[in-house]
Structure formats: structure tokens, C-alpha cells
Write a protein that binds this ligand. Structure first.
Ligand SMILES: O=C(O)[C@H]1O[C@H](OP(=O)(O)OP(=O)(O)OC[C@H]2O[C@@H](n3ccc(=O)[nH]c3=O)[C@H](O)[C@@H]2O)[C@H](O)[C@@H](O)[C@H]1O
Length: 456
């Protein structure tokens, strides 16, 4: 038995060795197979990573490729499920149909007509200027970010008005370089009427950064794109009467000092004037700054006093009427929108071409600044009396000292320079202009008050 037991034991050992040999072979095979799978998976992951990297970081040297990529991504987002925008106008940014609309809108319908990019086209002054230029036969492409600084529904209503006249507004932000470059790639604009900005004197204390983003960073971005464009456009842009700040000389002339801004808004507009100087000096861009004086009228801005006074008077709410620290009346050189439009168009028509090309200056270019005001300041109290008469309602007046919020006590424009250079002559006084505003206001908001009709 021990013999057989030995024999058995040796058989068992051999069998076990054989089994272990088989197990080894099998495990090597399994290992080989799994390492192949692992290798392939790694390759796949690497490929996906390379692709993702390429999509997210296109070559910096190829700005057009970057722009196309950016626009493709935006178009994907704005048409996709994650889009927050419902605007049809932005749904196909960058596509063939979009480019066709951009071209059509920018093409003049009269011989030697202008091709103007109007920024802030859904804004108060922008919408009026766009309509005027389009009706005259110029090509107009609008640009606006439709922000909610005030009721965006009013901006959409202005957009609808422009669309009826075949003016297309591209929805985008001034700080979107690829989008702006794309527009200049598609259209050789002769002019830019740059009106997009963060407006409002007092709001600058609430949201200072928005003024830097729009009025400084956005302006610089636009100038960067314009300087590199071929041809470079001539640029007319909105500065402000507020640059006169604490200036005490009257009436305000372009030669007076503008180095004492009273608000951050004013400071950003003044900075814009200095930035304009730099781009004119280095790149040969033709630049004209227009200092608007408290512009009012139909389709106006709800954040401005004449507008919300009208609303508050109609709702029986009291209104604050500011007085200076030494109890004087505060006054403004209120300027009617049609006069401002004539001033903008006059500036566009007399703007000389930029001299640069390929981002390089080729000669001295035009650099101008003009006041566009009404030349007759009116106290705020008088503005309220006119509104009371037009609305047939007494205002609940609350006279208070002007809060220290960036306001200045008085503005008064000397416009002789604009008159000399392009015949600017305001023709609408405050009473006539407010009558037109109130007529529009009650119609737009569907109000049936005791409004005295009359006038056109
Ligand atoms: O010319 C400009 O460059 C600027 O014009 C405009 O600023 P402003 O002249 O300050 O207009 P606006 O606010 O309508 O106040 C009008 C008057 O009402 C007084 N005012 C104001 C509010 C109030 O509650 N009570 C009051 O008496 C107030 O003291 C003032 O005397 C634009 O908004 C600005 O974007 C810029 O373009």
C-alpha cells in the first residue's frame, strides 16, 4: 500500500503540476487579452482627449478659425436645449442664412450710400438713427446685447420696428471679439455709429463695474476690431455732456476743461475720449465723439427723469425734484431726439475715411469732438409743469436737495462747432418735444388719461 500510495502520490503531484501549468498558460492568455483591451481603451481615451483639446483650443494664430469655432459653439448653444435666449435673430449666428441677412441689412440702397454698423441699435438713440439712415437708403446693421438695465420689452419693440424696415440687429456683446471680427469679415463697413453703452449717471453708484465693462472694455474691443479691419471704418460714437463735470464756465464749449467728472459714468465717457485719441494716433482711425445733452423723446429711456416722472404722475406717485445744495433749481439742456439724429447723421456724413490698413497707420486721420445740445437749459421744475399740462394731472412734488450721486446742477451746450462743420441746428423746444413724447407714451402703454391731444 505504501508503494501504491507512493505511486498515487507521485501521480497526484504530476497532475497538480500539469494543472498548475495549464492555469499559468490560461492566466497568461487572459493577461494578454486584458492588456490588449487596456491598450486599446487607453488609445481611445487619448484620442478623445486630443480631439477635445483641439476643439477647445484652436490655434491662436488663426483668428478666423477661432472666430468660426466660437460662432459654431454659440450657434450650437443658442439653438440647443440649454439656450436661455428665445430670439430668432440669434438662433443661427454664423450660418449661411445669417450671413445673408447681415449682408442684406448692411447694403446701401442708394448710390454711394453708407454701410453703417450701429451698436446699441435697440437703444433709444440707436433705433432712431438706424431708422433714419435706412429710410435714406444707407445700409444699416444693428448690434445690441438687449441687456435688462431697463425693460428689455421696449428694446424688443424697437427691434420689431427696425425689422419692418429691413434692419437686422445682431444680438451680441461688445466684448465678443470673435463675433465683431466675423461681422467685419462679412461686411466692409464704411462707418460705425457706436451708441452701445452703459448709460445713466446715478446708476453708476449701484453697478460701477457695468460702466467699465461697456464703456471702456467694450469700446476698446470695438476699436481693436475696427483698427484691424480692411477697410478701417470711420467711427462716430456717443460721448456725453457729463464730461464737463464740475466745469463752471457757461455755455459749455468743447474747449472747456473736462478733467473733473462728477460721476463714474462721466469718467468712463471722458476715458473714452482719451482712448479715441490713442487709436486715432496709433492706428489712423477716424474718430468723432458726440457729447449728447440729456436726450429725450418718443421711444425714450425709462430710467430718465422725464420718462419716469410721466409714469409716476399718471400713477399718482410722488416725484423727487432735485435742488442744488444752495437751494437753486437744477436745470438741463434737454435735447429732442430728432435733433440728435440730425447731429449724428451730420457727423457721419462729414467723417473722413480712416487712414490705416492692416492694423497700421498710413497717415494723419480725423479726430473730432462736438457738443450736441439744445442751447437752452430748462429747470427740472419747468419740465414737470409742462408734463402736468400735457397729462392733465397735478404731480405730487417732493422738493429735495440733490443727493450726492454724481449729478451736476446745470448743463448748457454751445453748439457752434457742430453748426460750423455740419450745420447742426436744434429746432425742437422742450414743450413741443414733450408733447410728442407724451403722445407716444400713452399710445405705447395704452393709457387713456386726461391727455391733451394736439400737435403732431
Ligand atoms: O447728458 C448726458 O450726458 C446724460 O443725460 C442724462 O443724464 P441726466 O441729465 O442726469 O438725465 P436724467 O437722469 O433724466 O435727469 C434729468 C434731470 O432731472 C433731475 N432729476 C433726476 C431724477 C430725479 O428723481 N429727480 C430729479 O430732479 C436730474 O438732477 C437732472 O437734472 C442721461 O441719463 C445720461 O445717460 C447722459 O446721457
Amino acid at each position: 500500500m505504501p508503494m501504491s500510495a507512493t505511486a498515487d502520490t507521485s501521480k497526484t503531484v504530476k497532475l497538480e503540476r500539469y494543472n498548475s501549468y495549464l492555469r499559468k498558460i490560461h492566466s497568461t492568455k487572459v493577461l494578454n487579452a486584458s492588456s490588449k483591451v487596456l491598450f486599446r481603451a487607453t488609445l481611445l481615451v487619448a484620442l478623445v482627449l486630443v480631439l477635445l483639446f483641439a476643439i477647445n483650443y484652436p490655434p491662436l494664430s488663426d483668428s478666423r478659425a477661432a472666430a468660426a469655432h466660437h460662432l459654431h459653439r454659440r450657434s450650437f448653444l443658442s439653438t440647443g436645449l440649454f439656450s436661455s435666449s428665445s430670439s430668432s435673430s440669434s438662433s443661427s449666428i454664423g450660418g449661411a442664412a445669417w450671413e445673408k441677412r447681415v449682408r442684406q441689412s448692411s447694403t446701401a440702397k442708394r448710390p454711394r450710400g453708407l454701410s453703417v454698423l450701429v451698436t446699441g441699435a435697440a437703444g433709444f438713440v440707436g433705433s432712431h438713427c438706424s431708422l433714419y439712415l435706412r429710410k435714406r437708403g444707407d445700409g444699416v446693421l444693428g448690434f445690441d446685447n438687449f441687456n435688462d438695465y431697463y425693460d428689455p420689452a421696449l428694446k424688443r419693440a424697437r427691434q420689431a420696428l427696425l425689422e419692418k424696415q429691413q434692419v437686422f440687429i445682431v444680438e451680441g456683446d461688445l466684448n465678443d471679439g470673435p463675433l465683431l471680427r466675423k461681422l467685419f469679415d462679412v461686411v466692409p463697413f464704411t462707418h460705425v455709429l457706436h451708441l452701445a453703452a452703459q448709460a445713466g449717471v446715478r446708476y453708476a453708484m449701484k453697478n460701477p463695474q457695468s460702466y467699465i465693462a461697456s464703456n471702456i472694455a467694450g469700446f476698446v474691443n470695438l476699436l481693436e476690431v475696427a483698427k484691424a479691419a480692411n477697410p478701417q471704418p470711420a467711427i462716430v460714437w456717443a460721448s456725453s455732456s457729463s464730461v464737463y463735470g464740475l466745469n463752471t464756465e457757461n455755455p459749455f464749449s468743447e474747449e472747456h476743461r473736462t478733467d473733473q467728472p462728477a460721476s463714474l459714468y462721466a469718467a468712463t465717457k471722458k476715458a473714452g475720449e482719451e482712448i479715441a485719441h490713442t487709436y486715432n494716433h496709433i492706428y489712423g482711425l477716424s474718430l468723432t465723439g458726440l457729447r449728447f445733452f440729456t436726450v429725450y423723446g418718443p421711444w425714450g429711456r425709462p430710467d430718465m427723469a422725464y420718462f419716469f416722472f410721466t409714469k409716476d404722475i399718471l400713477h399718482g406717485k410722488s416725484i423727487d425734484i432735485y435742488r442744488t445744495q444752495d437751494n437753486q433749481e437744477v436745470a438741463r439742456d434737454f435735447t429732442y431726439i430728432d435733433d440728435i439724429v440730425k447731429g449724428c447723421v451730420g457727423a457721419l456724413d462729414t467723417a473722413e475715411k480712416s487712414t490705416g490698413s492692416g492694423g497700421k497707420k498710413r497717415g494723419q486721420a480725423q479726430l473730432r469732438v462736438y457738443n450736441l445740445g439744445n442751447t437752452s437749459p430748462v429747470p427740472v421744475g419747468r419740465l414737470v409743469s409742462i408734463l402736468e399740462g400735457l397729462l392733465g394731472t397735478k404731480a405730487k412734488k417732493h422738493l429735495i436737495k440733490m443727493p450726492r450721486n454724481g449729478d451736476v446742477p446745470y448743463t448748457h451746450a454751445n453748439v457752434s462747432l457742430a453748426y460750423k462743420d455740419f450745420g447742426y441746428k436744434p429746432t425742437t423746444d422742450l414743450a413741443a418735444g414733450l408733447r410728442k413724447f407724451v403722445k407716444w407714451y400713452v399710445g405705447y402703454y395704452g393709457i387713456q388719461p386726461r391727455v391733451k391731444k394736439g400737435g403732431s
